[in-house]
Design a protein around this ligand. Structure first.
Ligand SMILES: Nc1ncnc2c1ncn2[C@@H]1O[C@H](COP(=O)(O)OP(=O)(O)OP(=O)(O)O)[C@@H](O)[C@H]1O
Length: 510
């Protein structure tokens, strides 16, 4: 017996890669193009960047779903007429089936409706019968094809994770795109096939550590990971096995005393300390298996509590304060810090053994400046998001007012030391007062600036050196030769000739 045609085998292979790749990384787009060939709509934005598709964007999504259906039909027909599939191609066929099921039944659902038992039951019914039809291929053993309930749970998780990552983490610059890609990996790893087979219910045992400057979205990343954990599906009752309770528990360690943190996390027994008048469950006990505890400002955790936390992370066991009974912790721990943990370990403020229990899954959030250096247009996009949050649909005028004010007063190289949080404050302040006064550290943080103004005051600069440095400073502030020339009231070419590239570089890197 001969195998199915080469062209179908190649399509199966391509589609399988598409169905299993990280949807946030550029490879996804390349694969979409390869699968659709000339049918790919070039000006359709990557599907993976939208939750609500415009008609134009829908082109590629719909065509890919149709292509998957067509491919499945062709392979089924060839197999029915006596052709065979190698074990490798059978595996690829299975991935195409999972792709088709995801797009035919789940992707257009509001993720919240998948938590509602009534709507889930209806979706599941259709999914189940489609599944039976598509999986009906000789040789597709149970080893390759997973049970419909398990697949349904995984596809719902994929949809939920995509929604969370996409809607929480904004920005189109490469650092933002890569950040979304990494968050996806923290949930599904870099091998989603292995995840589906054996890791889906083990990931909560692995901690995630998020580092990066203040105001760069570490809590958002933690939320995206924490709210996207695997929830099994109960086929008998046609619903996801998730209690309705909260599943993300954020704890800001810098804002609480060591005693309070301990009591919040571990809970206590009645009489364990003054004020413990009743037994109380802590978050380690309340957190469900698909939930997460977020320990913000982890670098500030008291050393004695670090020892206790190490035990939870290592053995997944804990007891309430004042109790001897041991309990299991089933959720996930996510930590974040803006401190340099290497430095903290060197100075003995952070335990090495705890660090080495936390560092397998580490994510670094990029600063706003890194994002804007890569893609200055993001400033407008982020301001629009903030302005919409402040004034709703009437955000156009605040958006342009903010852009104009920032351009005229801060310039395009402004360092945004407070990151996204500072940008939020800046737009709010422009809305209230028509201006923004940067904090001292953001305004005069460049030692380079101190150097040249100090030299000028000390009268140790020649007129030409002074002009050179002043032109460079103005260019740095305004972001363009034209704008700098206008402010200095000199010719643009003079500014261009005077800008000192080495000084400019030092200014940019702070
Ligand atoms: N990439 C981003 N996309 C959308 N919003 C963001 C992003 N980064 C930060 N923000 C917003 O900036 C504010 C601060 O974010 P968040 O609290 O997550 O930062 P953080 O890094 O945890 O800060 P800190 O270290 O001070 O706790 C929030 O309002 C958040 O919504």
């Amino acid at each position: 017996m001969s195998e199915v045609r080469k062209s179908e085998k190649r399509q199966l292979e391509l589609f399988a890669e598409l169905a299993t790749c990280n949807p946030f990384l550029p490879r996804r787009m390349e694969l979409e193009k390869q699968v659709l060939g000339s049918k790919f709509e070039e000006d359709g934005i990557a599907w993976s960047r939208r939750l609500e598709f415009t008609d134009r964007e829908r082109f590629n999504v719909t065509r890919l779903t149709d292509a998957a259906t067509e491919l499945i039909d062709k392979v089924q027909q060839q197999v029915a007429s006596g052709k065979t599939l190698s074990s490798e191609s059978l595996k690829h066929y299975w991935y195409v089936v999972t792709y088709a099921l995801l797009y035919r039944h789940i992707v257009y659902q509001d993720p919240a409706s998948l938590r509602d038992p009534d709507s889930t039951a209806a979706i599941w019914k259709e999914f189940r019968s489609d599944y039976s039809r598509l999986v009906n291929l000789p040789g597709l053993s149970d080893e390759v094809a997973q049970s419909p309930g398990h697949l349904f749970a995984i596809l719902c998780q994929i949809h939920r994770a995509f929604f969370n990552i996409y809607s929480f983490i904004l920005g189109e610059s490469l650092p933002s795109v890569e950040l979304r890609g990494k968050v996806w990996q923290s949930i599904f790893t870099c091998d989603i096939d292995r995840y589906r087979r054996s890791l889906f219910d083990r990931m909560s045992g692995l901690t995630s550590l998020i580092t990066g400057p203040s105001g760069t979205g570490k809590e958002l990343v933690a939320r995206a990971i924490g709210l996207s954990q695997f929830i099994p599906f109960d086929e008998k009752h046609s619903r996801l096995k998730a209690p309705d309770e909260t599943s993300f528990f954020p704890l800001n360690l810098s804002a609480m005393s060591a005693n309070l943190i301990e009591s919040e996390l571990f809970g206590h027994r009645k009489g364990a300390f003054t004020g413990a008048i009743v037994d109380r469950k802590g978050w380690l006990e309340l957190c469900p298996a698909h939930g997460a505890i977020f320990l913000d400002e982890l670098g500030e955790l008291d050393l004695a509590l670090q020892v206790k936390l190490l035990r939870v992370v290592q053995q997944r066991r804990f007891s309430r304060i004042g109790a001897t009974k041991e309990r299991n912790f089933c959720g996930k721990i996510i930590g974040a810090t803006n401190r340099d943990l290497d430095e903290e370990m060197k100075s003995g403020r952070f335990r090495e053994d705890l660090y080495y229990r936390l560092c397998a899954d580490r994510i670094e959030t990029p600063s706003l400046r890194q994002q804007l250096e890569h893609r200055p247009e993001d400033l407008y996009f982020l301001i629009r998001h903030i302005a919409t949050g402040l004034v709703g649909d009437d955000s156009d005028s605040l958006c342009s007012q903010s852009m104009e004010w920032i351009e005229a007063n801060l310039g395009s190289h402004y360092p945004w030391r407070g990151n996204f949080r500072e940008l939020e404050q800046c737009v709010s302040s422009i809305m209230i007062r028509g201006e923004y006064v940067p904090g001292r550290s953001a305004k005069v943080d460049s030692s380079e600036q101190d150097d040249w103004t100090r030299d000028a005051i000390k009268t140790s600069l020649t007129a030409d050196e002074l002009l050179q440095r002043y032109c460079t400073w103005m260019y740095f502030q305004t972001g363009g030769y034209e704008a700098a020339a206008r402010k200095l009231k000199i010719d643009r070419r003079t500014v261009k000739a005077k800008v000192d590239q080495a000084m400019l570089e030092r200014l940019k890197t702070g």
